[in-house]
Design a protein around this ligand. Structure first.
Ligand SMILES: C[S@@+](CC[C@H](N)C(=O)[O-])C[C@H]1O[C@@H](n2cnc3c(N)ncnc32)[C@H](O)[C@@H]1O
Length: 264
């Protein structure tokens, strides 16, 4: 069945071509036009486009050029899959595309993807929200050339002592460490970095705040890396019993399951 003439913004996932949603993959297979940018979108996914599809690599195009391709296609009754790395809603720069598309009255549908933050957590076999340790994850970036609002400076966010996921920050490790220490974090706090999570050349570095900058330099990691910081990244947690969720505790009663002691 032909797709509706509109723009489907598809999250491609972190790299492994099996980590796209069923719907995202179906849309890539059926769309008349495919537009993708990032070197982090796996070519294996783009190879799943139908024989009839017109495929555009959008690096080197400006926003207006990209939107013009989408506009022309939809005006001709065609469907467009605009493929983004990870999940489109996180640092995906989709707002500016949607704003222009809206001006041209072009309908848009967004298909979520597996963000690199969750792919990295999976690679590390980490739970980012550990009972009694932290129940919060902050997704952010260090301030480099792209400004971060004053009220979201790392030192303020880090004052919550929760899990912090840093996108786009591998070259800013020194600054990250300084701000976390200023927020009162111990220099022994575990930090894990996953570069190119789920790709065949993925790299994992487990370190501490103190050694983050040195270890990233030694590993040659400058881009395409997810930095996860906080005690939830302590690799020894899994060998200890102290941080159990109440969910599977037999003395805990909740709406769907009566705890053994409560019902006995
Ligand atoms: C422009 S942002 C896009 C984020 C993407 N929308 C997501 O949800 O993962 C690019 C940054 O995402 C992170 N990233 C994307 N894919 C990654 C991967 N496979 N492994 C590690 N980090 C990744 C890196 O921090 C990279 O600098």
């Amino acid at each position: 069945m032909a797709l509706e003439p509109k723009v489907y913004i598809v999250g491609a996932g972190p790299g492994d071509p099996d980590l796209i949603t069923v719907k995202g993959l179906r849309l890539i297979g059926q769309a008349d036009v495919i537009l993708y940018t990032d070197s982090l979108v796996n070519e294996e996914l783009i190879a799943r486009a139908g024989d009839h599809a017109e495929v555009h690599h959008s690096s080197g195009m400006d926003l207006e050029e990209m939107v013009e391709i989408m506009r022309e296609a939809v005006a001709a009754g065609k469907s467009v899959a605009r493929v983004h790395t990870g999940d489109p809603s996180v640092y995906g720069a989709i707002l500016e595309q949607m704003a222009l598309l809206k001006r041209h009255r072009i309908p848009v549908e967004i298909i979520p993807g597996v963000s690199s933050v969750f792919a990295a957590a999976a690679v590390l076999q980490a739970e980012l929200t550990v009972p009694d340790l932290t129940q919060t994850v902050i997704l952010t970036r260090a301030e480099g050339r792209t400004p971060v609002p004053e009220r979201e400076q790392l030192r303020d966010l880090a004052s919550h002592h929760c899990t912090v996921a840093l996108f786009l920050s591998a070259t800013l490790a020194k600054k990250v460490v300084k701000e976390f220490l200023e927020a009162g974090w111990s220099e022994h706090t575990p930090v894990a970095v996953v570069q190119r999570a789920t790709w065949p050349d993925q790299k994992v570095v487990r370190t501490t705040l103190k050694d983050l900058d040195k270890d990233l330099r030694e590993a040659g990691i400058r881009m395409h890396a997810m930095i996860l910081a906080g005690w939830a990244l302590d690799p020894t947690l899994v060998d200890r019993d102290e941080h159990r969720s109440k969910l599977y505790d037999k003395t805990f009663t909740h709406g769907y399951r009566k705890g053994v002691s409560a019902s006995e």
